[in-house]
Design a protein around this ligand. Sequence first.
Ligand code: SF4
Ligand code: FES
Length: 391
Amino acid sequence: MAEEKKLFKVTIDNISIEVEPGTTVLQAARKIGGDVVPPAMCYYSKLKGSGGKCRTCLVRVAAGSTADPRPMPKLVASCRTNVMDGMVVESMTNNTVLDARKAVVEFLLINHPLDCPVCDQAGECDLQDLSYDHGREGTRYEFKRRTFERHDLGPYIQLHMTRCILCFRCVFAADQLTNTRVHGILDRGDHSEIATYIEKSLDNDFIGNVIDVCPVGALTDRTFRFKNRVWFTKPVDAHRNCSKCCGKVRLWMRGDEVLRVTARKDQWGEVEEFICNECRFEKKKVNDWIIEGPTKVARHSVISAGHYVGVKKPHEALPEVMGGRKPKLVFDIHSVSDVNEAEVDLSLLPGPATNETFNGDPNAFGKNVTDVKIEEGSNKKGTDSTNANVL
Ligand code: SF4
Ligand code: FES
């Protein structure tokens, strides 16, 4: 008879669970689920070696193990700390941990441009969520933030290094999913930056996945940039027969248009199965795909705004109090809204839409001044502005 595997009992925020030896505190917390799960900005369960860079997942180990119940002297990164039998961990129940997380968020935001209103990642940005959940209201930082020029890394990906938090996920993704990694983190300390050194394009078959693993808006999809805000799009699960990848994707649609294709993500915001560049960038027509149905979006996500599933309509009391008469409809918003005009194909415009696109010229589009592909050059002014239409 096979010998029974010994499990370790770990208690996190007073909830106990048994896990296999070698499990990290973060993985054990994810098994429990809910509020006890520490946030994670650099750890990515699908990327070997990730974690240990950002310190957002700090927890306190109040008792190391049954054999040695002393507390650990400092807060530890839960993504890099293995559980021991009898370990007791404090995550959301310890104020020192919560204070430390606030400090980490403040630190991550020191050089972050806070350009969420114009950033393509807004609405699905881990740093945005983190600062709402664990951040302070203000910053004590008074110095100039460091800024970088934006770079087009090939036809599909734009790097906006100013927003990067140096989590290394894109480096691990390129290492583990492609044959040749041509980008990495250059220099040290506050000079560190993601770069290709000599302007090279990221064009390997699976390199598009760096966009999905990037927790902020540092690596964005050039075929989607400035096309829409994510909360106006409807995520739909779809698949196709693909010879390179699993072909299972998420389409981000506006009306009948496929504005963006991404891999599907799980409840931790991690890609379930990585997809190839062809599925991601070159299949933007609905009939390229077999549609499975609307994606189930977590309630807390801004993407869920406007996607009402299983909603119970409140009891309509007006006709009762008005003696059977119906309230007069002043106007129907759908008949007067200019959004989603049938003749405007946002996904097929080579650049971002402009006023003219919706006012008479459905083919009008703006230009991305950093677009090296159409020889507009890079952003020489080095500003934080990401508006596609201004220099
Ligand atoms: S570009 Fe994105 S994924 Fe890469 S290190 Fe920076 S934040 Fe992380
Ligand atoms: S998620 Fe643990 S250090 Fe970044």
